[in-house]
Ligand binder design. Structure first.
Ligand SMILES: [Zn+2]
Length: 497
């Protein structure tokens, strides 16, 4: 009885020590022999609380009073948590479960994502950020994984999750991501893909090809020229012209992918998922080019978990798919067959809100793919602002309009901001309807970096403090909105929840 008392979390005592009302996350309460751990919130901050004694108690940094230690939810303590509770540590998707990337730019979305996933077997990538996202939000890979790990602990979620260094292009970034503990590298080779070749005519391709190293050309031609390959019931002939184009477009990218794979992935002490993304091109990846890349990766002994081609149609941020659904289905079928034959899964980028293609994905890929979402989680936070703080929403919306032209430079979107209903003509109760309007969605989607990081003349962040305070107060509502919205994605993808 005495020991039990010693280990019990005492909310009254915590409230007194932290000087504010606290919320104890009951699902986080975990007994580790002589020590009980739990997560609490006091105002905007979350703390790890340890009561009792023993090695985990000693290893955590924090302030001790009697048998209770209050610990900051920082990086060092996250590592301690990881070593005692392995489910809080990101891991690779070793069983090749269907997976979903849930990029959380704010570090506040994981609890809602966990609820959305309930009752499904989908493997989540709770931590997924690109370098661009980190720069625009002033975050680091460590911070992103820390937030996901503490959320997993908060919810008592033991199903495993991954961490993706998304769209990485440089070795230095890959090293940083791996050091922080990512379990997946998405290699973006767009800097070494020659996009200009897509628009060249036959003679121009010929002229450009002549300039390549002759030995290199011969080795490719010996392997593939006019060869016929059968994938599923489809046969592909790698005819000379197509092959020359593919060599010109992808040969440097293939060397780059191989070099990165050999240096960082193949000999890694921890299991990693390796994704190759070739989706950042203006032209869709045709099946023959995908086949050429798959053949080369195999020859070079590069083992990929997932590959993201650029699919037919438009995958704009934050809105539904635009394009011919029948053509998409055909395209997807061809890519799926190639991926299957070569032993990897397809990855669909910019997957947020692409509701009209989800049933096709379900039917065609049959449960083994990766899909990435990110900005939609930020938009759900903006929905929360529209619902709960009309004044803040109006100021943010107005600022987004003023920054639209700057943001647009980074994205391919067809947003028509003149078509967005004027703020003055919109009642407070109707502000949330902006989140149903494609133009307004894209406006808010692409300006997130400015909305979070822009400052006034004195250097104070315009909205960041107010915004995060609201998210802290409305934590449950944000989780509910995400559970519903990501739940809709999973449902249409064929996962009951
Ligand atoms: Zn992408």
């Amino acid at each position: 009885m005495e020991l039990y008392e010693e280990k019990r979390i005492k909310p009254e005592q915590l409230k007194k020590r932290l000087g504010k009302p606290i919320t104890l996350y009951e699902r986080s309460e975990t007994s580790l022999g002589e020590c009980t751990l739990a997560l609490v919130r006091a105002g905007r901050e979350k703390y790890l609380v340890a009561t009792g004694s023993g090695p985990v108690f000693d290893e955590l940094e924090g302030t001790t009073e009697g048998s209770c230690k209050i610990c900051p939810t920082n990086h060092a303590n996250r590592l301690v948590l990881n070593s005692y509770l392995p489910y809080t540590k990101p891991q690779s998707n070793a069983n090749k479960r269907t997976s979903i990337g849930l990029g959380d730019r704010l570090g506040e979305a994981t609890c809602g994502h966990i609820r959305a996933l309930q009752g499904t077997s989908v493997f989540p990538i709770f931590a997924q950020q690109s370098v661009r996202e980190l720069t625009l939000t002033g975050r680091t890979f460590e911070d992103v994984i820390d937030k996901a790990a503490y959320a997993v602990f908060q919810e008592g979620y033991t199903g495993g999750y991954g961490a993706d260094g998304d769209h990485l292009k440089k070795e230095a970034d890959i090293e940083k991501a791996l050091e922080a503990g990512v379990t997946m590298i998405t290699l973006d080779s767009s800097d070494v893909i020659d996009n200009t070749v897509f628009t060249l005519g036959t003679h121009e391709v010929e002229a450009k090809y002549e300039q390549l190293d002759a030995t290199l050309c011969k080795s490719y031609e010996d392997r593939y020229r006019d060869q016929v390959f059968t994938v599923s019931d489809q046969s592909y002939t790698l005819d000379a012209e197509h092959l020359k184009r593919d060599i010109l477009i992808y040969h440097r990218a293939l060397d780059f992918i191989q070099a990165i794979y050999e240096k960082y992935i193949a000999g890694s002490a921890v299991s990693l998922d390796f994704e190759v993304s070739i989706d950042e091109t203006d032209t869709p990846t045709d099946a023959k080019s995908h086949l050429f890349i798959a053949l080369e990766l195999k020859r070079r002994k590069v083992v990929v978990s997932t590959l993201a081609p650029r699919f037919i149609g438009e995958f704009q941020k934050g809105i539904d798919y635009r394009g011919d659904l029948a053509l998409f289905e055909q395209d997807l079928l061809a890519h799926t067959a190639i991926a299957k034959q070569f032993g990897y899964r397809l990855s669909v980028h910019s997957g947020s809100d692409k509701f009209s293609i989800f049933p096709i994905l379900q039917k065609t890929i049959k449960g083994s793919f990766h899909i990435k979402t990110a900005g939609t989680n930020w938009l759900e936070a903006m929905r929360l602002v529209a619902l709960k703080d009309p004044d803040l929403y109006r100021r943010m919306h107005r600022h987004a309009l003023s920054r639209f032209a700057d943001a647009r430079a980074f994205y391919h979107v067809t947003t028509d901001i003149s078509a967005i209903e004027a703020l003055d003509a919109t009642q407070d109760a109707e502000l949330v309807h902006y989140l149903e309007d494609d133009n307004a969605r894209q406006l808010l989607h692409i300006t997130y970096g400015f909305l979070l990081e822009d400052t006034d003349a004195t250097g104070r962040k315009l909205f960041k403090d107010e915004f995060f305070s609201l998210l802290a107060i409305e934590e449950q509502l944000y989780a509910d909105l995400l559970a519903k919205h990501i739940g809709k994605h999973l449902h249409l993808l064929g996962f009951a929840s």
